[in-house]
Design a protein around this ligand. Structure first.
Ligand SMILES: NC(=O)c1ccc[n+]([C@@H]2O[C@H](COP(=O)([O-])OP(=O)(O)OC[C@H]3O[C@@H](n4cnc5c(N)ncnc54)[C@H](OP(=O)(O)O)[C@@H]3O)[C@@H](O)[C@H]2O)c1
Length: 299
C-alpha cells in the first residue's frame, strides 16, 4: 500500500460502536475497507456485521485484526477500563491508534504515554460534526500526531473528512481547539434557551420567537468574525458599542427576566462578566476587550 492512501479492502478496526463509532465504521465500510469491529454490548456489533463488518469477540481480536485501530468511546476512563480488563497494552506494538474519544489535556497525555511505552503509534483527534456528516464536505476532523503517523493514517482520515485538519505534533491541540469551539456553541445554545424561557414567561408564542430569532441572529456570524479579528489585531479599544453600552443594554434584559420571574442564573453570570470588564477599566472599549476578563492571570 502506498503510504497515506487507502485502497479497497484496507483493513481497519473500530473499537466503540456508539453513535459516532458506528458512523465511523459504516463510513469505512461504504469506502470498501475491510472493517473489524468491537463494542462492549453485542447488539451494535451485530448491526455492523449485517452491513459487512467482521465481528470481533474481544478488543484484543479487533487490535490484532488491523494495523490501524480507531477508538471512539464515551470517554478515556471507558477506554482505560477496556485496556486494563483485556490487557491490551501487550498487543500495541506497531499498531496505529487513531484516538477519537473526547478527553481532557491530562487524559490525552497519559494515554499517549501508555501507547508509546508499549511501542504503539498514536494520533489523537476530535470530531466537530455529527456522525451523518462523516465522509462529506461538512465533516470536521481535527488531528494531531507525529508527521509520519499522520501520513500513515491519512488515507483513512480522509475517508472521514476529505479535508481533515493537521494541528501538528502536540497531541493536546485537538482537545483544546474542539473544547474552545464547543464553549462558544454551548453558551450560545444555552442563551437561546434562556431567551425562550423569558419569551414564554412574557406570554409570547415560541412560533413568533422562532420567526424573529433567525432575523435577529443574522448579524451574529459577521459579528463573531469581527470580534476575532479585533482581538487578533489588538484593536479592542475601537468601538461603535462599548462595554458600557452593552452593560446598559444588559441591565434591561436582566430586569425583564427578573420581572417575569425567570431564573436569573445565566443573566447574573453575564452581568458579572460585564462588571468585571468595567472593573478592569475597559468600559469605553469594544466588547472584544472582554477577552481580558477571561485571560488567566497566570498567562
Ligand atoms: N455523537 C456525536 O454527535 C458526536 C459528535 C462529536 C464528537 N463525539 C464524540 O465521540 C465520542 C463517542 O460519542 P458517541 O456519541 O458515539 O457516544 P455513545 O453513543 O454514548 O457511545 C458510547 C460508546 O462508548 C462505549 N462505552 C461506554 N462506557 C464503556 C465502558 N466502560 N467500557 C467499554 N465501552 C464503553 C459504549 O458501549 P455500549 O454500546 O456497550 O454502551 C459505546 O460504544 C465521544 O467522545 C463524543 O464526545 C460525538
Amino acid at each position: 500500500m502506498t503510504k497515506g492512501h487507502t485502497q479497497t479492502n484496507q483493513p481497519v478496526s473500530v473499537i466503540g460502536l456508539g453513535a459516532m463509532g458506528s458512523g465511523i465504521a459504516s463510513t469505512f465500510l461504504d469506502a470498501g475497507c475491510q472493517v473489524s469491529v468491537w463494542n462492549r454490548s453485542r447488539k451494535k456489533i451485530d448491526a455492523l456485521a449485517s452491513l459487512g463488518a467482521h465481528a470481533c469477540d474481544s478488543p484484543t481480536n479487533a487490535i490484532q485484526a488491523s494495523p490501524h485501530i480507531v477508538v471512539c468511546l464515551t470517554g478515556y476512563a471507558a477506554w482505560e477500563n477496556v485496556i486494563q480488563d483485556h490487557r491490551l497494552q501487550n498487543h500495541l506494538e506497531d499498531k496505529f491508534i487513531i484516538q477519537l474519544t473526547g478527553g481532557t489535556i491530562d487524559e490525552v497525555q497519559t494515554h499517549a504515554s501508555l501507547i508509546e511505552e508499549n511501542r504503539g503509534r498514536i494520533a489523537d483527534g476530535a470530531l466537530m460534526c455529527f456522525p451523518r456528516q462523516l465522509g462529506t464536505e461538512d465533516a470536521s476532523l481535527l488531528m494531531a500526531g507525529k508527521a509520519e503517523v499522520l501520513e500513515e493514517c491519512d488515507g483513512l482520515l480522509r475517508l472521514l473528512d476529505p479535508n481533515w485538519t493537521n494541528l501538528g505534533d502536540d497531541l493536546t491541540k485537538p482537545s483544546i481547539l474542539s473544547r474552545s469551539l464547543t464553549a462558544g456553541i454551548v453558551t450560545s445554545l444555552i442563551g437561546l434557551l434562556n431567551g425562550m424561557a423569558i419569551c414564554r414567561a412574557g406570554g409570547i408564542p415560541l412560533e413568533l420567537f422562532m420567526q424573529h430569532m433567525e432575523k435577529a441572529e443574522s448579524i451574529v456570524p459577521a459579528e463573531k468574525r469581527r470580534l476575532i479579528e479585533a482581538v487578533r489585531e489588538g484593536r479592542t479599544e475601537e468601538t461603535q458599542a462599548s462595554i458600557k453600552t452593552w452593560t446598559g443594554a444588559h441591565e434591561t434584559i436582566h430586569s425583564v427576566a427578573e420581572q417575569l420571574g425567570t431564573n436569573l442564573v445565566l443573566q447574573d453570570s453575564i452581568k458579572f462578566v460585564l462588571q468585571e470588564g468595567q472593573r478592569l477599566g475597559l468600559g469605553e472599549h469594544d466588547l472584544s476587550a472582554i477577552i481580558d476578563v477571561f485571560i488567566s492571570k497566570k498567562a
